[in-house]
Design a binder for this molecule. Structure first.
Ligand code: KG4
Ligand code: ZN
Length: 361
């Protein structure tokens, strides 16, 4: 693999990292925009782009100063995400790669999350991907289970409405807990009784591996309004707020992990992984770790700092893609709001669909 600079600007974190030839993280820098977007209760796209423009040159300069040797490749998130925000990273990365005459590799943001459990922040080389693995990606924009086998990725189940992180953020917003909501609900939930507030666990008919969070979220929001608890704020000491946090967290985690038993029976994975911002959740981590111990299956979780968006996971996904032959043209690379490219296992399916649309099949 090549020594790689990774750049991530798909949402509200400007993140840059340098990984050595073994995938060990040498530098991992982050500039969060949370305080910029907090007053609006969510990410404001135009503000995000402007903040990336300010932060990125500074972060890259520091990352290159901190790296032990010159970089040999640039990897950048090209989608999915906010197009304006992505463009800042993509153009910056393309100019850098072009100027230094080194390869540029476009990375799908989800692919980054998928490889994040392979990395450490203590100077150790990246571990190699287990041969057959079930991987959950749960973030502010995605909630899906993948089967990762021999380098291919297949989506086995996904949310039909909200993402798990998004539902944490919405319930938190109604309670006035600020943005992002997941970490605050996690903290409140530690002191709550998860059985005190009954919440539904909706299922999707005929799709046992897909999730739905919108009914659960609406029920939680109705409960908050029903008790006149809207906007109470994170400092509120009422037990019922903690109980709601615990009940809601338990329901989301149950929804996310419900497909696991059946998927594990079908696919017999060597390991089970979780990644994305929601993989920072205490209950999710505990439940998965217990599941692994009970079933004798290794559980891979990213270190806390690599659950959220970061440059290290983008650099490593780029390293692996480059090793398999991927290179992008710095003059042509564009940002995409949706998937950059289907994960390798899904690419054939996408190609088939495309050729069918074009009447070639
Ligand atoms: O992966 P990420 O940083 O950004 C996206 O790609 O979306 O994920 C952010 C999401 C937010 O919705 C945030 O509320 C959620 O991850 N999150 C959590 C926790 N920490 C972050 N959700 C539950 N529990 C947490 N501890
Ligand atoms: Zn993400």
């Amino acid at each position: 693999m090549l020594r790689t600079l990774g750049i991530e600007t798909s949402c509200d974190e400007s993140a840059v990292a340098v990984l050595d030839r073994d995938g060990a993280v040498e530098v991992n820098l982050l500039s969060s925009q949370i305080t910029v977007h907090a007053p609006y209760g969510g990410v404001v796209p135009e503000l995000a782009s402007r903040e990336h423009l300010k932060a990125l040159p500074y972060l890259v300069e520091h990352a290159l100063e901190g790296a032990l040797d010159p970089i040999e490749m640039v990897a950048v998130t090209a989608g999915p995400g906010l197009v304006g925000a992505l463009l800042v990273g993509v153009r910056f990365a393309a100019a850098l790669a072009w100027g230094r005459r080194i390869p540029l590799v476009a990375v799908d943001h989800l692919e980054g999350h998928l490889v994040s459990p392979l990395l450490d922040l203590d100077g150790r080389p990246a571990r190699s991907e287990p041969e057959r693995m079930l991987a959950l990606v749960a973030s502010g924009g995605h909630s899906s289970w993948y089967l990762i086998e021999g380098g291919s990725r297949r989506c086995l189940g996904r949310t039909r409405d909200d993402a798990a992180g998004e539902s944490f953020d919405k319930v938190a917003r109604v309670l006035g807990l600020g943005y992002p909501g997941g970490p605050v609900i996690d903290e409140l939930a530690r002191r709550g009784d998860s059985k005190a507030v009954p919440l539904p666990r909706p299922r999707i008919e005929n799709a046992p591996f897909d999730f739905s969070f919108s009914g659960l979220k609406s029920a939680a929001v109705r409960w908050v309004y029903g008790r006149d608890l809207q906007g109470v704020g994170a400092g509120d000491k009422r037990q019922e707020v903690r109980d709601l946090a615990a009940g809601f967290e338990a329901a989301v985690v149950e929804q996310l992990l419900r497909p696991l038993d059946e998927l594990a029976m079908r696919h017999r994975p060597q390991a089970v992984a979780a990644s994305g911002g929601v993989a920072a959740n205490t209950l999710l981590r505990d439940r998965l770790t217990d599941w692994g111990a009970r079933h004798g299956v290794e559980v891979l979780l990213p270190v806390h700092a690599l659950t959220a968006d970061n440059g290290a996971m983008i650099a490593h996904a780029g390293q692996l893609a480059h090793r398999s032959g991927r290179v992008d043209d710095p003059r042509r690379l564009d940002a995409r709001a949706r998937e950059v490219w289907q994960p390798p296992g899904m690419r054939k399916q996408a190609d088939r669909l495309r050729s069918r649309e074009m009447g070639e099949d």
